[in-house]
Design a protein around this ligand. Structure first.
Ligand SMILES: *Cc1c(COP(=O)(O)O)cnc(C)c1O
Length: 372
């Protein structure tokens, strides 16, 4: 057997991520690799930090990209903020809340679960109850945009309750960043992580991360070192803080960081508000077309994510066969249902560069033909 170059097809990615990537981002990726301690690269990293601060709407000096996917951003929050014996209120309304529980337990923490049904947002009243019942809790963790179900939770309200009980917040913003309003400073969120491959439409493998001053204080007051050397952010701090004192921690994923820089420049040029509006507009167009095909949504209108449309698979339709036809005949990827929604729902992503009229039109046309 001879193995040659791998040439992937040109797909249209309308699943839960990775999303369609901006052509400019792919170009940035192929620029010459330079040393990660090269002064020009360090200058690029400083710009990247400012661009991330804009995307997160924060002034937090600790705003970086973890050199690994969104799951590593999640882990970075838990291993740094949770110490053995800490009680963490974990909100679970889909797959990712349950991963948060696993993270808490692996850090030696005690997870107190607040459960909402799949497809529902986190109910702040239940969070308030848990906080009252567990005065020992020091952290509230929740998913802002639950990609497994397409539900958006009220991050501002949950964070306010957490503060009233002197708790920090860990917020999963992997799917929300760049797609729906996320105001880290105004809502006073403490540890927020995201991913490069959802609404930022960058290549997978990086996790934007920001810590508030309160989060940094808790990290600096730790009695035990974080159990992960690579994700110990007290070590990474020196690497990302410029001012001539950058030192080697790990080899930065140089070209991926060019790509993220480019994706964020595109977001800045479009403007965050405009990007949020574009996601809403494309969602409305998709929704009208899907409803005309008799397809219904999993999540109530008030809590629906524009960038992740979870819809019920029509009665009698072969889930896998339709998705295979979309992929083979139209080069179109949509997402399967996950967990409780496996086999019952499809997840149609309109993330970043995928939130365009052509994509919505392709998806509706392809679905209509395949469902006939
Ligand atoms: C995709 C996703 C993750 C994980 O990100 P990876 O880049 O796949 O590791 C975490 N949380 C949510 C809500 C996600 O949608």
């Amino acid at each position: 057997m001879t193995i040659g170059s791998f040439i992937p097809p040109q797909r249209t990615l309308m699943g839960p991520g990775p999303s369609d990537i901006y052509p400019q981002v792919l170009q940035a990726l192929s620029r010459p690799t330079i040393g990660h301690l090269d002064p020009l690269f360090i200058g690029m990293m400083d710009e990247l930090k400012q661009l991330l601060q804009y995307a997160f709407q924060t002034q937090n000096p600790f705003t970086i990209a973890v050199s690994a996917p969104g799951s590593a951003g999640m882990e970075a929050c838990f291993v740094n903020l949770v110490e053995p014996g800490d009680t963490v209120i974990v909100c679970r309304n889909g797959v990712f809340g349950d991963r948060m529980r696993e993270n808490v337990e692996r850090c030696g923490g005690i997870a107190v679960m607040v459960d909402n049904a799949w497809g529902e947002p986190v109910d702040p009243a239940l969070v308030a109850e848990a906080l009252t019942a567990h005065p020992e809790a020091s952290i509230v963790a929740f998913v802002h945009a639950e990609t497994s179900t397409g539900a958006l939770s009220d991050a501002e309200a949950i964070a306010k309750l957490a503060r009233q009980h002197d708790c920090l917040t860990i917020v999963d913003a992997v799917t929300s960043l760049g797609g729906v309003p996320l105001l880290v400073d105004e809502w006073q969120l403490d540890a927020v992580y995201s991913g490069s491959q959802k609404c930022l439409s960058c290549v997978p493998g990086l996790s934007p991360l920001t810590f508030s001053a309160r989060a940094i204080e808790k990290i600096q007051a730790r009695k035990t070192p974080a159990q992960s050397w690579f994700l110990d952010q007290s070590l990474v701090l020196g690497y990302w803080s410029g001012e001539g004192k950058r030192s080697y921690h790990h080899t930065a994923p140089v070209n991926s960081l060019y790509a993220l820089h480019e994706a964020l420049v595109l977001l800045k040029n479009e403007g965050l508000e405009q990007a949020w509006q574009r996601h809403r507009d494309m969602h409305q167009t998709l929704r009208a077309g899907l409803e005309a095909l008799g397809i219904t949504f999993v999540v109530d209108e008030a809590h629906r994510l524009p960038q992740l449309n979870a819809v019920y698979i029509p009665e009698g339709v072969d889930d896998a066969a339709i998705r295979a036809r979309l992929l083979n005949d139209y080069n179109l990827e949509i997402g399967a249902g996950l967990g409780a929604l496996a086999g019952k729902a499809w997840r149609i992503g309109l993330m970043g560069y995928a939130a365009r009229r052509e994509n919505v039109a392709l998806c509706l046309r392809a679905l209509e033909t395949c469902l006939k």
